[in-house]
Design a protein around this ligand. Structure first.
Ligand SMILES: [Zn+2]
Ligand SMILES: [Zn+2]
Length: 183
């Protein structure tokens, strides 16, 4: 009698304990799963903001991070832009700097700033005289030259437009001077 009572008491206590442990474990598992689910969605949101400019698309990506749970972030990983916005900006700035560097070496018309080739005699856009042709060999001469470097013919001083020469010379120096990098 006493033994049976003790046994049933033990069984019920064991049952309660057992079920409580199960419930606690189950709740803990659900809690961790939810935390992991929301953390993944939050990570998708943060990553999307670094990579996507459009707030609507960031919203869509975040939604994908939430639904379907755990699979959405993997799908996002497969389709997210390869570059972050900062990387894109840095690459564009680099390209712009390179372009500027190349352009700086090419001469332009002192009047209308049209790009001209080194051997143009006049600006094709505004007809400004850029250089004189050598009287002997027709080579294009820099305004300050005293002698044609191609055929050694002395250049008449009257042929040289000193104003244009000085402007061209000043611009030449300006091209060679390294400009302060922007941005
Ligand atoms: Zn011009
Ligand atoms: Zn010449």
């Amino acid at each position: 009698m006493t033994l049976a009572l003790a046994a049933s008491a033990f069984a019920s206590v064991h049952g309660v304990f057992h079920s409580t442990a199960f419930v606690v474990a189950r709740n803990l598992a659900i809690f961790l799963a939810v935390v992991f689910w929301l953390s993944l969605a939050f990570w998708v949101y943060k990553d999307a903001r670094r990579r996507i400019d459009d707030p609507w698309l960031v919203g869509v990506a975040t939604l994908l991070g939430l639904v379907p749970p755990y699979i959405g972030p993997v799908i996002y990983l497969l389709f997210r832009p390869a570059e972050t916005l900062d990387e894109t900006k840095a690459r564009r700035a680099e390209l712009r700097a390179l372009e500027e560097h190349v352009n700086r070496r090419r001469p332009s018309c002192p009047v209308c700033t049209t790009r001209v080739e080194a051997d143009y005699l006049v600006c094709p856009v505004c007809a400004t005289q850029l250089r004189n042709a050598c009287t002997s060999c027709d080579a294009p001469l820099e305004p300050l030259w005293q002698m044609c470097p191609y055929c050694a013919t002395p250049i008449e001083p009257s042929d040289v437009d000193m104003d244009a020469a000085l402007t061209a010379e000043t611009r030449e120096i300006a091209w060679r001077e390294p400009r302060v990098a922007e941005g």
